[in-house]
Design a protein around this ligand. Structure first.
Ligand code: BG6
Length: 498
């Protein structure tokens, strides 16, 4: 049996994730010739529909969500590989039927018995599915592999994540579990490691001596849309910060891994996450801001008195020699003026002492027009890197002009960035877990998030499509800093008229 050949069994055949992300990603992989020869999909759903109806529904989803034009040949080939299977996954007895169905197919020509289980479902179904698979013996291994892919949310705090993890580990070993964080599949997040460790010019500066602060910001234009029932129970802290933002932070700030092997990278991230300084009651009050966009409570599915945050800004510190004293500012929110994500590194100014302790300080006055150096890693919508430098303005007097050096990866002709799901699916097929979250990383991110005293965090309203709550700007202004990705916005002066 070919090591890559496999059957992908999707739980959640008619769900949003399958239609919007998985099938378009598979189409793109098929088009690029990346799928193994005998790759098959069994898509499991509750609805009574025919194979034709199901494939037609997927085709419509493809038209709406594919990143490339639909290639008819690729679609036809992929569609032939997909089989719809109807079952009620909450009924344990129905897993017997699934087992028979899979066995029959796998003994047929061209079907392999490597199995990739993809749970594109709400997490409350994870345990029942995993138990159903285990109890019927579908997971028995006889020279084949079984892998499990899980979507977030993985718990709602450390305690619930632990319970879920224990349930899953009753049937799957850690190395079989691929916990998706789709930010780890984004091109420019992967590029951070490349930028840091394949250029000798950055690593010597990547520390508290040269860096003043680092900002990680993810803004979204859209509101909660149709996901209100999930989102209203979750909020931006758990939906975005616990996973995407902390993973981005870990990659940006980790020490160089011993090698670029999956486990070495994840060890480096675990070390960094274990060095995050936990929040106290006091720092929860001063260093965390929650916001809710004005029209949030009018969204269908949101409770009328909801106090769920749709915006978070926070300041955190890392307790290690490299980063001691350097603030990391993280922010994310919905219904903001644009969809964008970036990591911004602000270097110290020439008039700040960067010498090691005990050595004489050499500082330079800031010339008129000079600004601090900024390195920006643009994750989306444009992908690229920019570096801001001070140069001399061509003139007879000594004045500085800022030069913006910009590399726009996604602007290049014929550049077609693969979607995060394309890379992540291929990684699972190849058994490469580098871009997936290991349990110890996940546990540490929950441990950190749980340290926030939620009752101490103010919830501030912000204007739809405005710049977020002014308290988030004040968080940096207090430190004589500003967010680089949004214009500063000031609190309106209180009306002092009697
Ligand atoms: C998801 C969150 O994980 O990421 C969503 O659940 C959010 O609320 C989305 O909209 C953002 O992802 P991207 O790739 O569009 O930045």
């Amino acid at each position: 049996m070919n090591e890559l050949s496999c059957t992908m069994i999707i739980f959640g055949a008619t769900g949003d994730l399958t239609r919007r992300k998985l099938i378009p990603a598979l189409h793109q992989l098929q088009y690029g010739g990346h799928l193994p020869e005998d790759f098959q999909v069994v898509a499991i759903g509750r609805r009574e529909i025919t194979q034709e109806e199901y494939r037609e529904d997927l085709f419509h989803a493809m038209v709406a969500y594919t990143r490339i034009l639909i290639d008819e040949d690729s679609w036809e080939t992929l569609a032939r590989r997909i089989t719809y299977y109807k079952m009620d996954l909450t009924k344990t007895e129905e897993y017997r039927g699934l087992q028979t169905f899979l066995k029959e197919r796998q003994h047929g020509e061209n079907f392999s018995c490597n199995q990739l289980f993809y749970l594109a479902m709400a997490p409350e179904f994870f345990t029942v599915i995993v138990d159903g698979l285990k109890d019927t013996g579908i997971l028995e291994e006889t020279g084949n592999w079984n892998r499990l892919v899980l979507e977030k949310p993985f718990g709602k705090d450390l305690a619930s994540a632990k319970v879920l993890n224990e349930n899953i580990q009753r049937a799957f070993r850690e190395e079989q579990i691929f916990r998706i964080d789709h930010y780890l599949g984004k091109e420019m997040i992967q590029n951070i490691t490349m930028l840091r460790f394949q250029n000798t010019i950055f690593e010597p500066l990547w520390n508290s001596r040269y860096i003043d602060n680092i900002q990680i910001s993810v803004s979204e234009l859209d509101g909660v849309g149709s996901r209100a029932p999930y989102y209203d129970q979750t909020g931006a802290l758990r939906d975005m910060v616990q996973n995407h933002l902390l993973q981005t932070l870990a990659i940006t700030a980790m020490d160089p891994p011993k090698t670029m092997e999956a486990d070495q990278i994840r060890d480096a991230k675990v070390k960094l996450l274990s060095e995050l300084i936990l929040f106290t009651e006091e720092t929860s009050k001063t260093n965390v801001v929650f916001g809710q966009y004005e029209s949030y409570k009018n969204e269908i599915g949101v409770q009328e008195n909801s106090v769920t945050e749709t915006f978070v800004a926070l300041k955190l510190f890392i307790d290690n020699a490299r980063w001691r004293g350097v603030p990391f500012y993280l922010t994310t929110g919905k219904k903001l003026p644009e969809k964008s994500a970036q990591v911004t590194v602000e270097f110290k100014a020439p008039n700040q002492c960067v010498q090691p302790e005990g050595e004489p300080c050499q500082v330079f006055d800031m010339q008129p027009g000079s600004q601090v150096n900024i390195l920006e890693i643009k994750i989306q919508p444009k992908e690229g890197i920019s570096l801001r430098l001070n140069t001399k303005k061509p003139s007879v007097i000594s004045e500085t002009v800022v030069a913006e050096m910009e590399y726009c990866q996604s602007c290049q002709n014929n550049f077609n960035t693969p979607d995060a799901y394309e890379k992540l699916l291929l990684d699972v097929i190849h058994g490469d877990s580098t871009r997936f979250t290991r349990w110890d990383e996940l546990a540490l991110t929950w441990y950190f998030i749980d340290s926030i005293h939620l009752d101490q965090v103010p919830l501030c309203e912000y204007e739809d499509l405005g710049r977020g709550p002014w308290e988030a700007h004040e968080l940096l202004e207090r430190d004589q800093r500003k967010w680089w990705h949004v214009e500063t916005h000031k609190k309106e002066a209180p009306n002092e008229d009697p």
